[in-house]
Design a protein around this ligand. Structure first.
Ligand code: NAP
Length: 307
């Protein structure tokens, strides 16, 4: 068990990511006290019953009072309003961070509302599941997962402290510029989610023609798409609305590549298809070699049972 890294951590939003952080902080003794806020009384009550918060508050302003770390863990589109509410109530010297899946839009929405006496270090743990809400969290969600920090001009000591906090929860911390973050995530996460949503939508239309065969004979590829497409609608709506340019850029490239493959199929051009699939297979091997192929939720649950 480590020394607490922060005396009081305020979790704003008490869903999958915040509850996982709460469990992890408790398990590895990273926070003296954990306070929390969510919109609904039901979620706040669940956080207390499950036990990943010591105290919960009806307003975000009350929850952040006296906290030396404030974590914004609400959908990206809600961050600006929350920042506006908590700004006047933040303790001098506190660090404010977030876990949003998009970085430029969050910085633009949050930074103007924060007083000069706090330190803002945006962040994004690359860990999640298709589940949401306070019951879905578990302590090992972040283990061996990257957490990207966007420190900007934040003081080095505050960045090092937040880095130790995430490392205490098992994450591998790296630093990145916001714009670069949004482009990388558009390729690795946002556009793939959009494609999964679309593919499941196509199958849903087809289902009306083939009755229930799409579900009955659901094969591995489609099943994986349906798992991704079950992700939280609010969160993903906000991701696309706030990472619009990078997503549209990658979607444009995707469409061009799709046309290349479509043409190869139409022309019976097996060589183009074979060479394309050979290149993409090498990317999969690279991911396995980098140790990023294990699905976080399964890994987490297995570890949680072991511990
Ligand atoms: P979640 O499980 O759906 O929980 C969201 C929480 O935010 C709930 O406690 C909800 O409160 C609260 N909330 C929602 N809208 C709000 C609003 N307008 N004002 C105040 N509170 C509001 O979400 P999550 O998966 O933990 O995601 C939280 C953040 O982490 C998002 O920014 C997301 O982009 C980011 N993230 C998610 C993943 C992932 O895979 N899920 C991975 C990395 C980062 P109620 O319960 O009371 O409605």
């Amino acid at each position: 068990m480590s020394e607490p890294i922060y005396n009081r951590v305020a979790l704003i939003g008490l869903g999958l990511i915040a509850s996982s952080m709460g469990h992890a902080m408790r398990r590895w003794g990273l926070a003296g006290e954990i306070t929390g806020h969510a919109r609904s009384a039901e979620t706040r009550q669940a956080a207390l019953e499950i036990g990943f918060c010591d105290r919960v508050f009806e307003t975000a302003a009350e929850a952040v009072a006296g906290a030396d770390l404030v974590v914004l863990a609400v959908p990206v589109g809600a961050m600006g309003r929350i920042a506006e509410e908590i700004g006047p109530h933040l303790a001098p010297g506190a660090t404010v961070t977030d876990v949003g899946s998009v970085k430029q839009a969050v910085i633009e929405a949050v930074a103007p509302h924060l007083p000069d006496h706090v330190i803002f270090i945006p962040g994004h743990p690359l860990a999640g599941t298709e589940h949401s809400g306070p019951h879905s969290g578990f302590a090992t969600l972040f283990r061996n997962r990257f957490c990207l920090l966007v420190p900007g001009a934040a003081p080095a000591a505050a960045v090092a402290r937040l880095r130790r906090f995430w490392e205490g929860m098992g994450a591998v911390v790296e630093e990145m510029e916001a714009e670069h973050h949004d482009l990388v995530l558009a390729v690795t996460s946002h556009t793939p989610h959009l494609i999964a949503y679309t593919m499941v939508g196509v199958a849903d239309h087809l289902r009306r023609v083939t009755e229930s065969e799409v579900i009955k004979y659901s094969a591995a590829g489609f099943r994986d798409f349906t798992r991704i497409a079950a992700s939280d609608p609010t969160m993903w709506r906000d991701v696309f609305l706030s990472n619009r340019e990078a997503t549209l850029d990658i979607l444009g490239r995707f469409t061009e590549e799709l046309f290349v493959l479509q043409r190869a199929i139409r022309m019976g051009d097996g060589e183009t298809l074979f060479n394309y699939f050979t290149r993409t297979r090498a990317i999969r091997r690279g991911i396995i070699e980098a140790g990023q192929d294990t699905a976080a939720p399964d890994f987490g649950r297995v570890k949680a049972q072991e511990d």
